[in-house]
Design a protein around this ligand. Structure first.
Ligand code: 2NE
Length: 272
């Protein structure tokens, strides 16, 4: 992956391979097993927005620095009463906003996991569209051990991925699982030797990038819609509007308004 640095960031690295179509966001706190604090999430969200807005980017990789962890969840050292506390002293659970951002991202987000993906880190990889793991990866929820839980996507998305019984096991016992076990239960997509992780992830990205961007964004919205209620339908509906705005029929209405004349939709077919 060719790398171009974008902007000054404290907790993460952001790289874009222009020409390649890939953006890569790396949580860069390896000494904390890439635990996130409010600033980490704010930076990731900022770069996710940049990647969404950049027409040259078709796929986003989310990963962790080093080989020991993808992400170990919320940084317990900055957890206060009411949430995780940053420099502004405001307690936050802004990782929930990031989960929604990944869910609504109209471009595929790929989790590239080496080492631990636990707690909120496992939930982040679950929110990604596809997860490629190294054979040293370890997955699980530690929340019940440290007095925490995610009763939103962290529970419901997990149950949809691995089934109700397995999701209850993962949350209630708070065990850790190998990459192979995670693959077998449907928590991730693929397991490769650690030294092939980057290469394999790039192969999946390039394969995705060869396909129609509109097909991908509508498919993602459709897969979300069945699960996300009104928010899911809004996302799918927004794609219908996007496509309609590109048609002569959609443009006739706009042009007629601007030309101060009644619209003439008579030439447009009424499909059966
Ligand atoms: C991840 C794990 C299993 C790794 O174990 P190991 O043995 O490889 O490393 P070690 O020595 O535990 O960790 C290395 C350093 O990273 C810090 C540790 O405290 C240690 O620091 P030093 O002693 O060297 O100073 N570290 C690791 N994870 C951290 C964390 N999450 N917060 C703060 N410091 C952390 C092992 O480290 C582990 O079990 N970590 C804790 C995992 C955890 O409980 N995460 C929070 C779950 S709750 C959550 O994420 C959440 C949620 O449930 C709902 C909403 C939002 C967030």
């Amino acid at each position: 992956i060719a790398i171009v640095h974008k902007e000054r960031l404290k907790d993460i690295k952001y790289e874009k391979g222009h020409g390649e179509g890939i953006a890569k966001i790396t949580i860069n706190r390896p000494e904390k097993r890439n635990a996130f604090r409010p600033e980490t999430i704010e930076e990731i969200m900022r770069c996710m927005t940049d990647a969404r807005d950049d027409p040259d980017i078709g796929v986003i990789i989310l990963t962790g620095a080093g080989t020991q962890a993808f992400c170990s969840g919320g940084d317990q050292a900055v957890r206060g009463e009411g949430g995780y506390v940053g420099p502004d002293r405001v307690p936050r659970l802004n990782v929930l906003d990031l989960q929604v951002q990944i869910r609504r991202m109209p471009k595929p987000v790929i989790a590239m996991v080496a080492g631990y993906a636990v707690g909120g880190g496992n939930i982040l990889q679950m929110m990604c569209d596809i997860t490629i793991a190294a054979d040293n990866a370890v997955f699980g929820q530690t929340g019940p051990k440290v007095g925490s839980f995610d009763a939103g996507y962290g529970s419901t998305q997990m149950a949809r991925l691995v089934g109700q019984k397995k999701a209850r096991e993962i949350w209630f016992l708070a065990r850790l699982y190998t990459a192979q076990q995670a693959l077998e239960m449907g928590l991730i997509n693929n397991v490769v030797p650690l030294d092939r992780l980057e290469e394999e992830t790039a192969v999946w990205c390039r394969e995705i990038l060869r396909n129609s961007p509109t097909a991908l964004r509508v498919l993602k919205a459709a897969l979300n819609a069945a699960e996300d209620g009104q928010a899911g339908l809004q996302e799918l509906g927004g794609n219908a509007t996007l496509l309609f705005y590109q048609t002569p029929e959609g443009n006739e209405g706009r042009k007629a308004y601007l030309e101060k004349r009644p619209p003439d939709f008579s030439k447009f077919p009424r499909f059966p």
